[in-house]
Design a protein around this ligand. Structure first.
Ligand code: NAP
Length: 295
């Protein structure tokens, strides 16, 4: 029986774990894939205090080092269900079952899919949800990015540095992302904007070779990077949620169930940023510690 189990080791979960260790609590940090979450696959981070600019992979490596220094080794497991009622929380993974007095949910969010023909079929063969992970495979090739938020703008910029040409395809005329970022995109000669346009089909033989774009017809591309927002990883938690599936918390990160806290992109946060996720993690740790003290 642990004091606190933290599910997810992105910036929110990792910082929560570090704070809880500093409070002297007995914790378990459980992670399905890798430390750092979405931050790990970000090309450059330039809005985290203390780092004028840092590569996402390096940032995540630093988180791992910091966890190690705090004698916290994340357990690899994929949590498939939870029992959160009452004083003992049961966390069920594919490998093991875990028990704790409090739980912090820091499971983040995953990329939304376009839902068009060819997307599933060509996943891993030209369809990608991460430009920093897969962009290098398409060096000097022509690629497309779908989306109009900060992620799409950042991915288009990153790809413009290594690809011959990038089509940025957005369903409206105005971008949702920051103005300064969209201006940077507009300045790039090898980024062609296809606005008020949507990808309606992804085609190819063995790999992606074409996309069909509304109002433009078929365009030859070697890859499509889908960056049209995220879906919170909250399905397994039977807690109060927004209509988008974000777990509802108060400003102390407390959820609708006693002893359960949520932090980062999985909750109804007003800003989905690394720095706000980390701050959420610190607050969740403080709240979990106080909850245990009051018991
Ligand atoms: P987002 O801000 O929600 O933007 C998603 C984009 O995809 C929107 O432009 C949306 O179009 C479009 N879209 C949604 N569904 C679509 C569909 N079915 N077909 C075509 N287009 C579709 O998502 P995000 O860019 O992943 O960013 C998520 C959060 O992280 C945001 O809060 C963002 O500010 C933050 N973020 C921050 C940074 C940074 O600070 N540097 C970097 C990355 C992300 P509409 O505009 O028409 O709705």
């Amino acid at each position: 029986m642990k004091d606190v189990i933290i599910i997810g080791s992105g910036p929110a979960g990792a910082l929560c774990a570090i704070y809880l260790k500093r409070y002297g609590l007995d914790i378990e940090l459980i992670e399905k894939s890798f430390v750092g979450g979405q931050a790990a696959v970000t090309s450059e981070i330039e809005n985290y205090l203390g780092f004028p600019v840092i590569d996402g992979a390096e940032f995540s490596f630093n988180i791992s080092k910091q966890l190690k220094k705090m004698e916290t080794k994340p357990i690899k497991d994929d949590i498939v269900s939870v029992e959160l009622l009452g004083d003992v929380k049961k966390i069920i993974g594919k490998k093991n079952e875990y028990f704790s007095k409090a739980v912090v949910i820091a499971t983040g969010a995953r990329r939304r899919k376009l839902g068009v023909k060819g997307e599933e079929e060509f996943f891993g063969r030209g369809v990608s949800y991460c430009a920093t992970c897969d962009g290098n495979f398409y060096r000097n090739k022509v690629v497309a990015v779908a989306g109009g938020g900060n992620t799409a703008l950042e991915e288009a910029l990153f790809l413009s540095g290594i690809c011959q040409k990038v089509y940025l395809i957005h369903r409206r005329e105005d971008f949702r992302g920051y103005l300064w970022l969209s201006e940077k995109v507009r300045e790039k000669e090898n980024i062609e904007l296809l606005l008020s346009s949507e990808i309606t089909e992804i085609k190819g033989d063995d790999r992606v070779s074409k996309i069909v774009v509304s109002g433009k017809g078929e365009i030859d591309v070697s890859a499509v990077f889908v960056a049209i927002g995220t879906i919170p990883n909250s399905e397994i938690f039977d807690l109060e949620k927004t209509s988008n599936g974000e777990i509802i918390t108060d400003n102390k990160m407390s959820c609708s169930e006693k002893g359960v806290f949520a932090c980062g992109d999985v909750r109804n946060t007003v800003m989905k940023q690394i720095i706000t996720a980390a701050a959420d993690g610190a607050i969740a740790a403080e709240s979990a510690m106080k909850y245990l003290m009051e018991k």
